[in-house]
Ligand binder design. Structure first.
Ligand SMILES: Nc1ncnc2c1ncn2[C@@H]1O[C@H](COP(=O)(O)OP(=O)(O)OP(=O)(O)O)[C@@H](O)[C@H]1O
Ligand SMILES: [Mg+2]
Length: 345
């Protein structure tokens, strides 16, 4: 609908003219000519008066406000106005639309910033905590040695070994953090090569055999391919992902359980699934499980030596291979991690 100063003034003029006409026609003494002249005068005077007021005092100013708002927000609000664009040229309605879109956009930006800020705070607190623990432990052993424990050869050896263990943990943590930030900032790129994923899985099983035996957990490949399963991927990084996923399944799995890896050939991809019949991960934790330092049961994972970086690294490595890692988990039934790699056969 065309709403501008002219149209509004015209409508007002017509209304006033009709009212004047009807009112005067009630009087018997007024002739037809007078009636029409009076209607014409009231129409033109109302039209001119309201046109001047609306055009110069209201619409023109609103158009100016709109024009400046439009300049500021045109690009920014394109996404937010999608679908809401009204054909109207009513400037007040347009301004309303623009302001509503602007508010929605700003609210979303503020929410995002708040969330990033919360994550940042949490991350710094986590890093400090994780760094502090091994540093304090190593510091404690060294200070005790300096305080005299050094003279006892047995104690000296034991404490130095413990201090070295803490420092090794610290080194592993810093390495993990570095890897994460390098992958995130794109410094590290993937070194693609063709290799047999099936024999890599068997190698990882071998590496983790002792840990699995301690909990009598059986490690198995669901189906074996005589000719192997060749993929085009970064050998070292995929090894890192498999070690973390399989060792997680062992670490957090139940005694006498199993961990199975299934390799499935699909069109141009190899589907990799790491399954266990462990305790599962509660639904409320699933969304956050790939975040840095996130652990379901902080105290239990801590006892098992985890820092909560393994899955964050795995996620980034898999994303670096243009794939996605997904998780399905049922309490008391088990967990399945799935991702795809480019097939090379
Ligand atoms: N297969 C699984 N079954 C049950 N819980 C799991 C499983 N895999 C991971 N989790 C939970 O997810 C958390 C995050 O795993 P992640 O591998 O990122 O860290 P971590 O194993 O604690 O430490 P890191 O891998 O750095 O040594 C674990 O602490 C554990 O609570
Ligand atoms: Mg882990």
């Amino acid at each position: 609908m065309l709403i501008n100063a002219k149209a509004v003034s015209f409508l007002l003029g017509v209304c006033v003219a009709v009212i004047t006409f009807m009112f005067l026609s009630l009087l018997n003494t007024v002739s037809g000519t007078v009636l029409f002249v009076a209607a014409a005068i009231s129409f033109s005077s109302t039209f001119i008066l309201s046109y001047v007021v609306l055009e110069f005092l209201v619409f023109k100013e609103i158009q100016k406000v709109y024009a400046s708002l439009d300049k500021v927000t045109k690009k920014e609000l394109r996404d937010y106005n999608k679908g809401k664009e009204d054909e109207t040229i009513n400037p007040i309605k347009k301004i309303n639309q623009q302001i509503a879109a602007y508010i929605t956009k700003k609210e979303k930006e503020i929410d995002d910033l708040k969330q990033i800020e919360a994550y940042r705070k949490e991350f710094i607190a986590d890093v400090s905590h994780e760094l502090k623990t091994p540093i304090f432990a190593a510091q404690g052993y060294v200070l005790t040695l300096l305080d005299g424990a050094m003279d006892d050869e047995k104690v000296r050896h034991r404490f130095l070994k413990k201090a070295a263990k803490s420092l090794n943990g610290l080194d592993a943590l810093v390495q993990d953090l570095l890897t994460l930030s390098q992958i995130e900032s794109g410094v590290i790129s993937m070194h693609y090569e063709i290799f047999d994923l099936q024999s890599l899985v068997m190698d990882v099983f071998e590496q983790l055999e002792r840990k699995a035996e301690k909990k009598t957990i059986q490690l198995r490949l669901e189906k074996t391919f005589d000719e192997g399963v060749y993929v085009n991927a970064d050998y070292n990084r995929i090894t890192q992902v498999l070690i973390n996923l399989i060792s997680n399944a062992v670490k957090y799995g139940n005694f006498n359980g199993w961990v199975a890896v299934a390799l499935t050939e699909t069109k141009k991809k190899i589907k990799v699934e790491i399954k266990d019949n462990g305790p599962g991960i509660p639904k409320e934790h699933i969304d956050r499980i790939f975040e840095r330092f996130y652990r379901v049961d902080k105290s239990r994972s801590k006892k098992q030596g985890g820092t909560g970086l393994g899955l964050a690294i795995a996620k980034h490595i898999i994303e670096g291979h243009n794939s996605k890692i997904t998780i399905k988990s049922e309490i008391n039934e088990g967990t399945v991690f799935t991702f795809h790699l480019e097939a090379a056969n």
